[in-house]
Write a protein of this length. Structure first.
Length: 229
């Protein structure tokens, strides 16, 4: 019972600290660091590598596809590698759906190569090494929290010219504030939240960032111990 009580005390303290940190900008800058610390565009890429995330449709894959299509407009001669495990012969599989999405966004279907065997970042990097010469400039596109690990993995696999574009979301430009009482309903004895973007959105986004950061730091540590980065 004492061990269980100590566990709940520690868990409660950890949760309280996480909530307090969520009211600061620290989680955002940690998330931003993961996405930008290894991101650069130093060479004109000959291959754009889309590192697959979830299924299709999913926020991660749609965001990454949007950035890949944008990159292809900037570098029309570049070929695209879709690194996503799945059945390459099944038209309903996730990798095939990702290719369809890229084509819908204007990417030339003949320039797309499918790498459907890699099941983590390390294996995707090694498999791409079998498709592209190590000295060839490549451009990685993935989610911000995954970008640092992706770049380090591809460099460890031998790639010498690794560019990277993190698929950050863009904030809406509209003013989402409102006055609670103007919308009718019950007038409760609680503070209005209509003009508090921090309470309505920022704290919850920062809590999400904290989870992503913790998970990614553990993944980076594991990859480092394995010698994959």
């Amino acid at each position: 019972m004492k061990l269980l009580r100590n566990f709940f005390v520690i868990a409660g303290m950890f949760f309280t600290i996480c909530v307090l940190i969520a009211f600061t900008t620290t989680p955002y800058w940690g998330y931003h660091w993961l996405g930008t610390s290894k991101s650069e565009l130093s060479w004109k890429p000959e291959f754009v590598v889309l590192l697959g995330g979830g299924g299709m449709p999913s926020q991660s894959n749609l965001m990454r596809s949007w950035y890949v299509s944008k990159a292809c407009k900037s570098f029309p001669e570049a070929k695209v590698i879709v690194a996503m495990p799945g059945n390459s012969t099944d038209s309903t599989s996730t990798p095939r759906k990702m290719i369809e999405e890229l084509v819908l966004r204007g990417v030339n279907a003949s320039s797309i190569i499918l790498e459907s065997e890699g099941t983590n970042t390390r294996s995707q990097a090694l498999n791409c090494a079998g498709l592209v010469n190590y000295k060839t400039p490549i451009l990685l596109v993935t989610s911000p929290e995954h970008m640092r690990r992706a770049v380090l993995c591809f460099r460890k696999a031998g790639f010498e010219k690794v560019n990277a574009v993190p698929a950050f979301e863009n904030a809406a430009e509209a003013d989402f504030t409102f006055k609670d009482d103007d919308l009718g309903g019950n007038k409760l004895l609680v503070p209005d939240v209509g003009k508090s973007m921090n309470v309505r959105y920022q704290v919850w986004n920062h809590l999400k960032y904290e989870i992503l950061i913790i998970r990614e730091m553990l993944a980076l540590s594991y990859y480092k111990l394995r010698g994959w980065i």
